[in-house]
Design a protein around this ligand. Structure first.
Ligand code: PBG
Length: 311
């Protein structure tokens, strides 16, 4: 009877699995603050995607960790950059069996750890950064990405990327916009995962949102939709379910929510201590995000959740 009247039901089609691929390593490197998640080699990435696909996963999003970082983050658009070559590997191996998404930003690739290029005062230069995002979008599309997901929160990034993709003939490559992305404490483990430290104790409050605000999130969403976003995202997820719900009411576009590294780490830490029932907690949190209005959830729990859902 409860199954009959359940309003929200998770399926593997709801999940997008984030994966890290690192240049220049021989073996996968475990990420201590994200238990169960690795920095992959090109080969182990293929195995991880194969495992996810066999569990029912439909979509993955790649993050690259380059061997060398520089001021501009050139690994983000180098055709031989780690994410670009990894897209080639996955496209060869999986064809159209899995949707390939690329996180589109430069912070994993910059020596200073910011999501853009810096001006003389050490501040992120919004408009010069847009040109870098355009190059990265075209590089990911050429390498085989189906979807690019700009996460840098620069003003005008969606319009700039859409015009660059269209200009190069990639009219079918979709944009999943990290539209309402908060400056959050919950990204800590991710920064270990991609070896990012923001220079001089800096933060991202100049470009990411203030967690005291919700109306601002709706404006960010509207701007990204006006600029041509195909899908929009709220990030993080659980502290921001009110935002997910408000955005759901605002747009009919597909809506994603990102259950981020810190949300994952807290759940895993409590479970490892025997303080919560991990399997129940996984299904409860992901169901809550869907109930709030998300159509898709980016989550490091994706493969585990598929296994838990399997009959
Ligand atoms: C930026 C980016 C971040 C995350 C995804 N894309 C980090 C940040 O904004 O500092 C965080 C994801 C997570 O915490 O799981 N490229």
């Amino acid at each position: 009877m409860r199954r009959l009247v359940a309003e929200t039901t998770l399926t593997p089609n709801d999940f997008i699995l984030p994966l890290f691929v690192r240049e220049g390593i021989e073996d996968p490197v475990p990420i201590s603050s994200l238990p169960g998640v690795d920095q992959h080699t090109r080969a182990s990435l293929i195995d991880a995607v194969a495992d996810a696909v066999s569990a029912g996963i439909n979509a993955v999003v790649l993050f690259g960790v380059p061997a060398e970082k520089d001021e501009q983050g050139s690994g983000a658009w180098d055709p031989d950059g780690i994410v670009q070559v990894a897209f080639g590997d996955l496209r060869d191996r999986f064809g159209d069996d899995v949707v390939l998404m690329g996180d589109l930003c430069v912070d994993e690739y910059t020596s200073h750890g910011h999501c853009g290029v810096l001006n003389d005062r050490g501040e992120v230069d919004n408009d010069r950064t847009l040109e870098l995002y355009q190059q990265a979008a075209v590089a990911q599309a050429r390498a085989g990405a189906d979807v690019v997901a700009p996460s840098g929160m620069m003003d005008g990034q969606v319009a700039a990327i859409r015009s660059a993709l269209d200009g190069d003939g990639f009219t079918d490559v979709a944009i999943l916009a990290y539209a309402a992305k908060y400056a959050s404490s919950l990204y800590g483990p991710f920064r270990d995962a991609v070896d990012v430290t923001i220079a001089d104790g800096g933060d991202r409050k100049g470009y990411q949102q203030d967690f005291r605000n919700s109306r601002e999130a709706i404006e960010e969403i509207r701007l990204d939709i006006a600029e041509g976003a195909d899908m929009v995202m709220v990030k993080p997820a659980t502290y921001y379910l009110d935002i997910v719900s408000q955005v759901r009411a605002e747009t009919r576009l597909p809506l994603a929510a990102y259950h981020v590294s810190g949300e994952y780490a807290m759940l895993k830490a409590a479970a490892a201590n025997g303080w919560i029932d991990e399997d129940v907690a996984i299904i409860e949190v992901l169901t809550a995000i869907k109930r709030a209005g998300a159509d898709m959830i980016l989550t490091y729990l994706a493969t585990d959740a598929c296994r838990l859902l399997a009959p």
